[in-house]
Design a protein around this ligand. Sequence first.
Ligand code: THU
Length: 129
Amino acid sequence: MEIDWDALREHAREAMQKAYAPYSKFPVGAAALTTSGQIVTGCNVENASYGLGLCAECSLVSALTMQQAGKLVAFTCCDKNGNVLMPCGRCRQLLFEHSAPELVLDTISGLKTIAEVLPDAFGPNDLNI
Ligand code: THU
């Protein structure tokens, strides 16, 4: 599948504008292309009970599920300046669960596969024992 990374990054920037981040003042946007060809997006949603804040990737996988858009093929995430942001460790696990085998992520050190950013991941297959 041909991936238009510039367009995907623009979707992430638009999503970032919707972030609810009054506490950290660190809005994040995320966007992904899926196996169905749909684009799914997400933003961080914080909470007065600080530890309950949701990352942009969490919002994105919820959208993926609601839109029944299949699996993640290409992913990007940005900060408030629109620059590429590395997904946090917890979010790499969230993305892994919903990744197509060939998922590629836009990272601060170039395009990388999910296996490169989360090697030897624990996942659904580990439960089939
Ligand atoms: N954040 C994300 O949304 N995704 C990440 O991968 C890194 C961090 C959010 C969480 C919090 O609302 C803010 O960035 C500052 O940590």
